[in-house]
Each structure stands twice: as structure tokens, then as C-alpha cells.
Design a protein around this ligand. Structure first.
Ligand code: NAP
Length: 264
């Protein structure tokens, strides 16, 4: 399958590191013009330069903005004009005692993980439907389906995001625009190695350490290793392609079999 995104402009929110950076790189590798986003000018420029080094000739646009604010979202829309592929990747996560977490913290999770994506969809979807082609994606999590007791606030925000995706797919029915969610599982992003070594023997080399971690602390995973960000990006690039034209309203899993279910 040859994926060609030449002529398409993509926006990946929260793409200065981790899964977002891998998605931006993957889309650039397939020929898309890619907007890299984060809150600071410096980090956005560094990330855009790194993609330029990884993909010679890539058309990368750095757009620094806090997309969780109306002003930030509008700034992104004004800077880019047309967006054909919107990847709502930005998301925050962290453990909190469900009996202690404050209303303000619940609101923050809703604002960042749900409302920011809704706002950007509202800004860019009409242009896509008007042109008869577009791709909107939401990066959800296994926690959307298996609510973690120590991260109820996070799980709930990601469950809501799946509903947002399903709803906007109906809104875009019959227009040539597809809307999908990607359910990412435990992924090898920055900080995860430190977290793993807090739980397993520090003397183990990384490959063995992550296998021990998965065996002991994530036994539900069928992959029995962490997912690499590029493996999530591969699904996003496919969903962004012409070839994925019949996939819409879906929630596709790249979770290493972590969620013990036949569907979705
Ligand atoms: N990591 C996992 O194991 C895992 C598993 C399942 C799902 N996910 C989901 O995958 C997505 C990405 O996760 P990740 O671990 O790759 O994230 P991450 O490493 O924490 O990166 C977050 C990114 O978001 C940017 N960012 C933070 N606040 C922002 C704001 N207000 N406006 C614009 N950019 C902002 C950060 O850039 P700056 O700091 O430069 O602003 C950074 O590029 C999230 O939705 C997460 O829930 C992750």
C-alpha cells in the first residue's frame, strides 16, 4: 500500500514530543505538509527541525499555541488557514486519589482532553466538509474502556473523547470526511523508562526491564512490551490516507491487545 498525502495539510496538536512527534513525522514522511504544535516557540521549532532532519525535504510548519484556550485555537486556525487532516493528540494524564481530586482538576482534564479537541473540530470540520475531503482523529487510550481506579478523571475524559469522535462522524456523514478515534495502549514515551525502573530491577537492560514490567504490572497486554510511538503513528497515517476512505465513526485499537475485548 502506497500512502501519498502530498497536497494535504495536517495539524497534530501536542507534537513536540512523544506520540504526537511520531505522528507528525509519519505524516511528513507520507508527503503531508505538517503543522507541529506545542506551547513554546523554542520547543516547537526544535521539534520541526528534528522532523526536517528525519525526513529531508519535509514541509513542516511550527505553530506555537496553547490550544486549550480559545485564543490559542484561533491563532492556529489563522496561521494555517486550510487543514485537511486534524489529529487531536494533545492529552494530559496522571494518577490522583479519586476521593481527593478537586473539582478544578476534573475541569482541567475536561478542558484539555475533551473541549480543546471539540473546539478545534468546530474550527476545521466545516472547511473539510465544504471541500469534500478531510480526516479528523482523536487519540484516546485503553483507559477510555478500562477505567483505571487511580485515574478515573483521565479515563472519563478519554471515554468522552470516543463519544465526541462518534458524534462528529455522524455530523460529517456523506461528506467525504472521515472521523475516527485511535485507542493507544501503554506506550514507550519520555519518562516511561524512569517509571519502569522504579518498579523493576534497575540492573536489567531496557529490553528485559520492560518485559519484566509488562509481565508483572501489565499482564493483560498480549504484546508483552511497550508500544513504540511509531506504531501508533502508523495507524494514524493509514487513517489519514485515501485508502482508509470507508473507515469512519470508529475507534481503532493500537493497544497491543491490552483491552480484553473482541470489539472494537
Ligand atoms: N504515553 C502513553 O503511554 C499513552 C497511552 C495511551 C494514550 N496516550 C495518549 O496519547 C496522547 C499523547 O501522549 P504522550 O504520552 O505522547 O504525551 P506527552 O509526551 O505528555 O506530550 C504532550 C505534548 O503535548 C504538548 N502540550 C501540552 N499541553 C499543551 C497545550 N496546552 N497546548 C499545546 N500543546 C500542549 C506538549 O508540548 P509542550 O510541552 O512543548 O507544550 C507535548 O508535545 C495523549 O492524548 C495521551 O492521553 C498516551
Amino acid at each position: 500500500m502506497q500512502i501519498d498525502l502530498l497536497g494535504r495539510t495536517a495539524l497534530v496538536t501536542g507534537s513536540t514530543q512523544g506520540i504526537g512527534a511520531a505522528i507528525a513525522t509519519g505524516l511528513a514522511r507520507s508527503g503531508a505538509r505538517v503543522a507541529v504544535n506545542g506551547r513554546s516557540e523554542g520547543r516547537v521549532r526544535e521539534s520541526a527541525a528534528a522532523i526536517g532532519r528525519a525526513v529531508p525535504g519535509a514541509d513542516v510548519v511550527p505553530v506555537a499555541a496553547d490550544v486549550t484556550t480559545e485564543t490559542g485555537a484561533r491563532h492556529v486556525a489563522e496561521s494555517l488557514g486550510r487543514v485537511d487532516i486534524l489529529v487531536n493528540n494533545l492529552g494530559v494524564f496522571g494518577a490522583a486519589d479519586p476521593l481527593e481530586i478537586t473539582d478544578d482538576e476534573w475541569r482541567r482534564y475536561f478542558e484539555v482532553n475533551v473541549l480543546a479537541a471539540v473546539r478545534l473540530t468546530r474550527l476545521f470540520l466545516p472547511g473539510m466538509t465544504g471541500r469534500g475531503w478531510g480526516r479528523v482523529q482523536y487519540i484516546a487510550s485503553d483507559s477510555a474502556i478500562v477505567t483505571p481506579a487511580e485515574m478515573i478523571h483521565y479515563g472519563v475524559s478519554k471515554t468522552a473523547l470516543l463519544a465526541v469522535g462518534r458524534g462528529f462522524a455522524k455530523q460529517a456523514a456523506g461528506t467525504g470526511v472521515t472521523v475516527n478515534s485511535v485507542i493507544a495502549g501503554p506506550t514507550h514515551t519520555g519518562g516511561v523508562e524512569d517509571f519502569v525502573y522504579e518498579l523493576v530491577d534497575r540492573e536489567l537492560p531496557w529490553e528485559e526491564a520492560q518485559r519484566a514490567f509488562m509481565r508483572e504490572h501489565r499482564p493483560q497486554s498480549l504484546l508483552q512490551r511497550l508500544i513504540e510511538p511509531e506504531e501508533i503513528a502508523n495507524m494514524v497515517v493509514y487513517l489519514a490516507s485515501d485508502q482508509a476512505s470507508a473507515t469512519t465513526g470508529g475507534a481503532l485499537r493500537v493497544d497491543g491487545g491490552y483491552v480484553d475485548a473482541i470489539l472494537p
